[in-house]
Design a protein around this ligand. Structure first.
Ligand SMILES: [Cu+2]
Length: 222
């Protein structure tokens, strides 16, 4: 079980989540190192150039070489980051691989409606399986979500997926995951959608394929 208060990142449970975390850590280290260097320089300059009796203030024009260097290095880092994050974006949100399962998730004030296509693999047919706030997916399979909204803008957020996607009325948004770790997680609505926004909460279960199929059969009979 996860502790009540986590101080660091939640578990990463999909094939693409580690790439997002890696990007996060790269940015954190880069900005962290620069932050420490800048603050240390500031303190050093405060001490070195403090007011001293008999030392008059003087004007400096700066140094073109140093300025060129401290502009060029961040520019190069930015370009590299943009290219690297573009690669991760293409992997996470580009064309999805052929799905093993498709699920329709529809936001509504204030619940997540989940629709499985059933044995015929077609939505909106008699054998569809409907649940409310209960989303189960099989471990290690590619799952393609069709995200929709009945009323206002909601946002489908599973921190462990490292994915947060708006569900917009009139638009079907597709996103895919392949889960790497079984467990139970929460689905949060991350877009203020009305008075009941705080209780718009779903439950995600990632389980082995057989357990998933058993659950789906039970859900179909309810
Ligand atoms: Cu909502």
């Amino acid at each position: 079980m996860t502790p009540a208060v986590r101080v660091w990142l939640p578990d990463a449970v999909t094939t693409t989540a580690p790439a997002i975390d890696q990007l996060f850590y790269v940015v954190l280290w880069l900005t962290g190192i620069v932050f420490v260097l800048v603050q240390a320089t500031l303190v050093a300059f405060l001490i070195r150039y403090r007011r001293r009796p008999g030392k008059p203030a003087y004007y400096t024009h700066g140094n073109l070489l140093i300025e060129a260097v401290w502009t060029a290095i961040p520019a190069a880092i930015m370009v590299w980051l943009a290219m690297h994050s573009q690669r991760v974006w293409a992997q996470v949100r580009g064309a999805p691989p052929p799905p093993d399962l498709q699920v329709e998730v529809t936001g509504e004030q204030f619940a997540w409606n989940v629709r499985y296509p059933g044995a015929d693999e077609q939505f909106n047919t008699a054998d569809d399986v409907l649940t409310i706030n209960q989303l189960h997916i099989p471990l290690g399979r590619t799952v393609l979500f069709h995200l929709k909204s009945k009323d206002v803008i909601h946002s489908f957020f599973v921190p462990q997926f490292r994915m947060k996607q708006d569900a917009v009325p009139g638009i079907t948004t597709r996103m895919w995951v392949s889960a790497t770790r079984p467990g139970q997680y929460e689905i949060v609505c991350a877009e203020l959608c009305g008075l009941g926004h705080y209780r718009m909460r779903g439950f995600l279960t990632i389980e082995p394929l057989e357990a998933f199929q058993t659950w789906l059969k039970t859900a179909a009979n309810e």
